[in-house]
Design a protein around this ligand. Structure first.
Ligand code: KG4
Ligand code: ZN
Length: 350
């Protein structure tokens, strides 16, 4: 019953002038709810982060994350609606991250979204978190339109995709093991910088030199990449110095690791633009906040006459505005309408 009615509602929404989407994101350690108009205009984007809680453990503890999402989510909804200046009844549809991510954490957002959608009789739109990151660019760059090449760099994923249209992304290459953000976090931990590692490595690298050669890029000519060898080489390097009682050159390790992690990815993304005939390259995901990656992309983009797009820092890391944005494009393209039996899925493809 619900789904048939919602199909009709969605048809009407496709012809409505202004469509307000409530986005819900809880895939990792940020509880976030946003209100976005027509996929691009952010009315609110409330993010309640658990970073301080997980810092004590040196990384995200899944069970702790789920419990904190449960505690936070009602307040995050109220704050988001107040900030947007809208009542729940004015929302047209509810978009939710159903994967990929931590299963318990995802379940909190998905259950909340299902209850809200059913109680308010609004369409429920399932959103793929990995694809959602790319939508941060539609919010940031109001005139940006697909097709283009996308580089997704987050704590859970690293991929180069061809963004065919607002809802379809085709995988060109991806990491064969760890995600780049995971490698950043692990390296930070090993050299004592703590969690979350990415921003700390980014900062220390600015004071260091790229003077330690950790590994060769064995997949240089492929669009796929790997970070586990690099990560292990850093760990071994640090362990050897520790055994010898020598000082750890933290800044140089950060600069060397970062250069070796980022340079190859940038080259792959530029190569993908050339091979698939695109002049636009959009970057998304938590690691797109990295200052060296941004600098390198703009430098190489300029040399190759490829326009590089990055979201502002607050839209790089997990947030619900990007989920609401993709929810809107899904809705407009007849994708993702879900029944109240929608399940959270921890591993999904792009
Ligand atoms: O996209 P995101 O918020 O969550 C996932 O979907 O995974 O990405 C989180 C990742 C973490 O690994 C974090 O260390 C990394 O993004 N990150 C950074 C920076 N800011 C966040 N990595 C490198 N440099 C940064 N400035
Ligand atoms: Zn993410």
């Amino acid at each position: 019953m619900y789904i048939e009615q919602m199909q009709k509602v969605c048809e009407q929404l496709r012809t409505k002038k202004d469509v307000l989407i409530l986005g819900i994101e809880s895939s990792c350690d940020e509880t976030s709810i946003a209100v976005v108009k027509n996929g691009r205009e952010v009315l609110s984007n409330t993010v309640s982060t658990q970073i301080d809680i997980h810092t004590r453990f040196g990384g995200v503890v899944p069970e702790v994350a789920s419990r904190n999402h449960i505690e936070a989510i009602n307040n995050v909804l109220n704050t988001s609606l107040i900030e947007a200046g809208v009542h729940l009844s004015q929302i047209d549809a509810i978009a939710v991250t159903y994967g990929a991510g931590l299963i318990g954490a995802l379940m909190v957002g998905v259950s909340f979204a299902k209850s809200l959608a059913f109680a308010c009789q609004k369409p429920l739109i399932a959103v793929n978190h990995i694809k959602g990151h790319m939508s941060a660019n539609y919010i940031e760059h109001k005139d940006l339109q697909p097709p283009f090449i996308g580089l997704i760099v987050s704590g859970g994923h690293t991929a180069i995709v061809e963004v065919k249209n607002y809802v379809e992304q085709e995988l060109i290459g991806s990491t064969l093991d760890d995600a780049i953000g995971e490698a950043y976090d692990k390296v930070a931990r090993v050299i004592g910088l703590g969690y979350p590692g990415g921003p700390k490595v980014d900062k220390c690298a600015k004071e260091g030199k790229n003077n330690i050669k950790f590994v060769k890029d064995a997949l240089k000519n492929s669009f796929d990449c790997s970070f586990s060898g690099l990560k292990t080489a850093v760990i071994n390097y640090v362990n050897t110095l520790n055994q010898k009682g020598k000082e750890i050159p933290v800044n140089d390790i950060c600069a060397s690791f970062q250069t070796q992690a980022v340079d190859g990815l940038v080259e792959r993304a530029i190569r993908a633009c050339k091979k698939f005939g695109h002049k636009k390259l959009c970057v998304a995901g938590g690691v797109s906040a990295n200052s060296y990656l941004r600098e390198k992309l703009f430098e190489r983009g300029k040399q190759e006459k490829i326009e590089v797009y990055v979201p502002s820092l607050k839209l790089c890391t997990d947030n619900a505005a990007m989920i609401a944005s993709l929810g809107y494009f899904n809705l407009m393209n007849g994708v993702g309408l879900s029944d109240v039996d929608l399940d959270a899925v921890s591993n999904i493809e792009i």
